[in-house]
Design a protein around this ligand. Sequence first.
Ligand SMILES: C[S@+](CC[C@H](N)C(=O)[O-])C[C@H]1O[C@@H](n2cnc3c(N)ncnc32)[C@H](O)[C@@H]1O
Length: 263
Amino acid sequence: MNQNATEPVAAAESLAEVPEHVLRGLPEEVRLFPSAVDKTRIGVWATKPILKGKKFGPFVGDKKKRSQVKNNVYMWEVYYPNLGWMCIDATDPEKGNWLRYVNWACSGEEQNLFPLEINRAIYYKTLKPIAPGEELLVWYNGEDNPEIAAAIEEERASARSKRSSPKSRKGKKKSQESKNKANKAEDTPLKTSEPDSASANMRDSAEATVSAWRPGVLLQPPRTSPGSVGMSRRRLQPSSRDPSSKSRHLACSLTAPEVTWSQ
Ligand SMILES: C[S@+](CC[C@H](N)C(=O)[O-])C[C@H]1O[C@@H](n2cnc3c(N)ncnc32)[C@H](O)[C@@H]1O
């Protein structure tokens, strides 16, 4: 019996299907080409050198409740203190941006990006310099990697200094005054039981946080907890629910010889 017969076959993505707005939003150092880690996927490739510490983002997608998300592959879960876990879902290419096409790394050596949550938005930051001809590959390893912990601390410090700058304090005071006015005028409380993107956006601007997810923070048991995977481990484990995990394990390499790089 063919054991693969029951496995879902992921439809191959084609470059021709990538929405115009995604192509327009690509930073100048990267282009989309077929991925080397998963033949059915498009990947993001450096065409110019990218420095260590470069931050890309935010990751764009539909804001949804967990129960509304059908597929894990293109979504990030973010915790809102008052709302619980919400998802940024870029399953629909029309709703996402180019970061949707950045694939998981297969190993610690291949990882060149890590995700970073700032104010409930996801950014990808480079862990090392990326040379032209390399595919951008992200992995989540929380703050277990000292380099990532340092980068997160740097972001926290910068968020703190922005918050305490006189300009920001003035802006905050003004926005609090106008919020008070609006609340008085409408006299309606904020909706918290049914989270929607409008109330989520309001909270976005309310306070600044920077985090990488820690294993203990992950709520969904079926998802492999990548936070428990350190850099010392050779093979990383993609999410157990990703349909394409297997193929990605088999086909990891970082250069695509068929691609010529325009400088
Ligand atoms: C958009 S990310 C990276 C996806 C990448 N395009 C790929 O190749 O699969 C999606 C993955 O991150 C996982 N994930 C989502 N939210 C997470 C979180 N808060 N902490 C850790 N992993 C998360 C999902 O389970 C999923 O496997």
